[in-house]
Every structure is written in C-alpha cells, then in structure tokens.
Design a protein around this ligand. Structure first.
Ligand code: PEP
Length: 249
C-alpha cells in the first residue's frame, strides 16, 4: 500500500506574512489525514517555514538544488544546505527548470544523484510538451526522461524518491489531463521502472501535476497508479490545498 503524497510547489511566490497564514490554515486542515504533505517554498523562506511547520504533520521540501557538492558556484544552493535547513524533499527537473534554465536530462540525473548522496528524497518531474503529445511522442519523451534518471541512480536510488508526471501543457494552464490520460502515463512510468525492479515499481509513488484543484483532485487520485499530486497554483490557497490533500487521503 503506497502512502499518498501531496507536495505544494510555491514556485517564486509568497512572503513571510503569506507563509504564516497559509501554513496555519494547512496545518489545521490536514490533521488526522493519511496523506503525507510537503511544502516547497522558495529557498529564502525555508528557515521560516521550517519553524512554522515544526510540530505539525507538514514536511519541508525545496524547489531545486545545485548538481555540485559545494564550492565556487555563486548563487547556487547545495543539497547538503537543504538538508541542514531541515528539508526532506527536493523537486528536480521541473519543466520550468528544464525550459527556462536549460536543465536537460543529464543535469536532472546528476542532481538526482547528488540529492540522494545528500540524504534528500528527490521528486523527479517528467512530462511532455503539447506538441510532443500531439505528435504521439508522450511515451518516447517521458521514457527518455525517466531512463536518464534510472540509469544514473538505479532502481535502489529511485526507490528512495518520487516521480511526478507533469504534462507541460497542463502546468499553470487550467488544462488538466483527464484521469484516464494521466493514468495511462502513470502506468507507463511504473512499467518502465518495473523493467529495472518489479518490487521497486510497485512501491514507487508517482504523483500527477498540472492544474490540480480541489474539484478535480478526486478523479485523478482515484486512478490506480496515481499516488498523489505535485501542486503549483492551488498550493498557495488554503482551502484548495487542504481539499486536494483530503482527496488524496
Ligand atoms: C507545478 O508547478 O508543478 C504545477 C503542477 O503547477 P500548477 O498546479 O499550477 O499547474
């Protein structure tokens, strides 16, 4: 039985004030749920958010990290620093990192290796562009992104992390994949991991991300291979985020 997981990706949003209100509401709303809940604020708020969630069921994650261990990399943040700040999780290979900051499969794989070495649980994002879906290339693209990471860390490595299927055309657009469309790709991902290790595939949590809201979460999370969600916009609204966490539980 895979424990459902919902992770909120705040992206480059929020302030000290908004974080306080948001986390109070979320902590109160998710009490007693079986869902594992993670929030991923911008780096500068990690310490404050860590304090605010202390003693709650919410866990801390980051949105990105450097592929290097430490040293002369101005502006970068090391995985060991995230660990030091109390992060359990780190999102890697988000489509915004891939498209806006040039992170290719090799970079995402290298960061996944580093995250595991630094004791973090990676949430590795994969997903196709709209034109790739329309050209019938969804499996080719998702398979390539997945295998780059699997080849780098092996089944034992991926077993310590989470995969998030995020069709790029659904992120921040309001265009959610249907539960059937998402399930099809989730099953494909699980089968891909099973080629490396069947038991790992069975236990691996695969999240869906892309315009998940309080009113569409239940249909998505009801699918057999969807184990929760990676939530962007709706993770900034208490009612929506709590409803999504409840739908996963
Ligand atoms: C995301 O940023 O990972 C995401 C899924 O965003 P949204 O929920 O806003 O589509």
């Amino acid at each position: 039985m895979r424990q459902p997981l919902v992770a909120g990706n705040w992206k480059m949003n929020g302030s000290r004030d908004s974080a306080t209100g948001l986390l109070k509401g979320v902590a109160a709303g998710i009490g007693g749920l079986a869902t594992e809940v993670v929030v991923c604020p911008p780096f500068v708020y990690l310490e404050q958010v860590g304090r605010l969630i202390d003693g709650t069921a919410i866990q801390l994650g980051a949105q990105n990290m450097a592929r290097e261990e430490a040293g002369a990399f101005t502006g970068e943040v090391a995985g060991s620093m995230l660990q030091d700040m109390g992060c359990s999780y780190v999102i890697l290979g988000h489509s915004e990192r891939r498209s806006l900051y040039g992170e290719d499969d090799a970079v995402v794989a290298a960061k996944t290796v580093r995250a595991l070495a630094d004791g973090l649980l990676p949430i590795v994002c994969v997903g196709e562009l709209l034109e790739e879906r329309q050209a019938g290339k969804t499996e080719e693209v998702v398979g390539r992104q997945l295998n780059a990471v699997l080849d780098a860390v092996g089944a034992a490595g991926i077993a310590r992390g989470v995969i998030a299927y995020e069709p790029v055309w659904a992120i921040g657009t309001g265009m959610t994949a249907t539960p059937e469309q998402a399930q099809e790709v989730h099953a494909f991902i699980r089968a891909g991991v099973a080629k490396y290790d069947g038991a790992v595939a069975e236990g691996l949590r695969i999240l869906y991300g892309g315009s998940v809201k309080g009113d569409n979460a239940e249909g998505l999370f009801g699918q057999p291979d969807i184990d929760g969600g990676l939530i962007g916009g709706a993770s900034l609204k208490v009612d929506d985020f709590v409803a999504i966490c409840r739908a996963a539980g």
